[in-house]
Design a protein. Structure first.
Length: 412
């Protein structure tokens, strides 16, 4: 890429410019996925992110999935660019410290069940008097209002309620999950957008702080394209369709001699080129197949023609022919393919990072890519309570006071 700055092998900028969120202070009180992913995203672009986590075990994500030297590798990605304040907010003294810290921040992120923050004296009504400019991102299963607000939920449940799970898998089979916590991540991204909108409103329109209420299932539902409109106008309930994309043709997965490729030949001109490549020019000339609407009606016939061609060839041969003809196609990458792909490396999407535990890992780069004020990995994921002392010192707590709090188990 030609953008500046360049990054060294650790992912740290060698000549960093000012980042777009430099000077924005974020307190993250969430755990696991949705809230912390929003915190990570803001941190990648320069925000100071202070993560409050329980003193003994910290965020449960520290122990999720694969561990190396006692710490989750997922944690290394999710918590880069963050500081760790080990604080027990279930205690009155811990709540007092949190309130003082939040009084000095721009953004508070939390993803507990509705009512939890209020129980701790850290709800919106409690905090806006302390910090009128506070932007409070609240991510929960069903939102802060409505008849389901008190129900427990996870991303997988939100994917089902939001309509996504109904579409995954083969017709007539039990729906399958995406394979990652996509419901949580979608909520985090919507929450991040909300934070940026609220920061803009506060700065440009001289507005006050506000609450951003993000529900997991609504974040999933928001990306369900025209499903609701089709149902309301035509009574159409879009069914699961396996690897195809209903209403778009041809767009499917096709078997080769040694694997599977995805081919998207659904543009009118692209369809003509695709039919030429597979030596089925007569299909390309058919008037009823000249538009997507006609191709959808004949999708089975078209898919058979494409599949008959691909099954006689290797993945490499198929992709080479289609690329030369300008037909969008690709193999199905696993993580080894991604880690070795030169395009990922050219786009700085594979970055190396030295962990606090002393070993090196690779992790995804920064998205989106701002050419003038790009994001960066400024620091690795913190050890539990690594920044407790410095944060409390900044808040005015003496060494003796900190020692007392530590002896009481309120901090670590």
């Amino acid at each position: 890429m030609n953008h500046s700055p360049t990054q060294n092998q650790s992912g740290t900028p060698t000549n960093p410019p000012a980042q777009p969120l430099a000077g924005v202070r974020v307190v993250e009180m969430g755990q696991l996925i949705a809230g912390p992913f929003a915190g990570k995203t803001l941190g990648d672009f320069g925000a100071e992110v202070i993560k409050i986590e329980p003193p003994i075990n910290g965020d449960p994500l520290r122990q999720w999935r694969l561990l190396k030297e006692g710490t989750s590798l997922w944690w290394q990605v999710q918590s880069r660019n963050k500081q760790s304040l080990a604080l027990d907010v279930r205690t009155a003294r811990g709540q007092e410290i949190a309130r003082r810290l939040i009084g000095e921040c721009d953004v508070l992120i939390e993803n507990f069940r509705p009512g939890t923050m209020e129980k701790w004296g850290l709800g919106w009504d409690d905090l806006r008097g302390v910090n009128p400019g506070l932007i409070m991102l609240r991510i929960s299963g069903y939102g802060q209002t409505g008849p389901y607000r008190d129900r427990p939920s996870f991303g997988s449940i939100a994917e089902a309620m939001g309509g996504l799970r109904h579409l995954t898998g083969e017709p007539g089979q039990i729906p399958v999950r995406c394979g990652i916590s996509i419901g949580d991540t979608l909520a985090a991204l919507h929450g991040t957008i909300g934070v940026l909108l609220a920061l803009h409103h506060r700065k440009v329109n001289h507005g006050a702080g506000q609450v951003i209420d993000v529900a997991l299932h609504e974040s999933v539902f928001n990306v369900m394209e025209s499903m609701l409109t089709e149902f309301s106008a035509c009574g159409e309930v879009r069914p699961p369709a396996g690897s195809t994309l209903p209403g778009i043709a041809p767009s499917n997965a096709y078997r080769c001699q040694d694997g599977v490729v995805l081919i998207a030949g659904n543009g009118d001109a692209i369809f003509l080129r695709l039919m030429n490549v597979i030596a089925r020019k007569e299909l390309g000339r058919r008037p009823d197949l000249a538009s997507n609407q006609g191709r959808v009606k004949a999708v089975a016939e078209i898919d058979r023609a494409i599949g008959d061609w691909t099954k006689l060839r290797t993945e490499v041969e198929v992709l080479r022919c289609l690329d030369a003809a300008g037909v969008p196609a690709g193999k199905i990458y696993d993580i080894e393919d991604i880690a070795q792909d030169p395009h990922y490396h050219a786009r700085e999407m594979i970055l190396k990072q030295q962990t606090r535990q002393g070993f090196e890992v690779e992790m995804p780069g920064i998205v989106p890519k701002l050419l003038s004020t790009p994001g960066a990995i400024r620091s690795p994921a913190p050890l539990l309570g690594e920044h407790t002392g410095s944060i409390l010192h900044r808040l005015g707590f003496s060494a003796d006071q900190q020692a007392e709090l530590k002896a009481q188990g309120i901090i670590a």
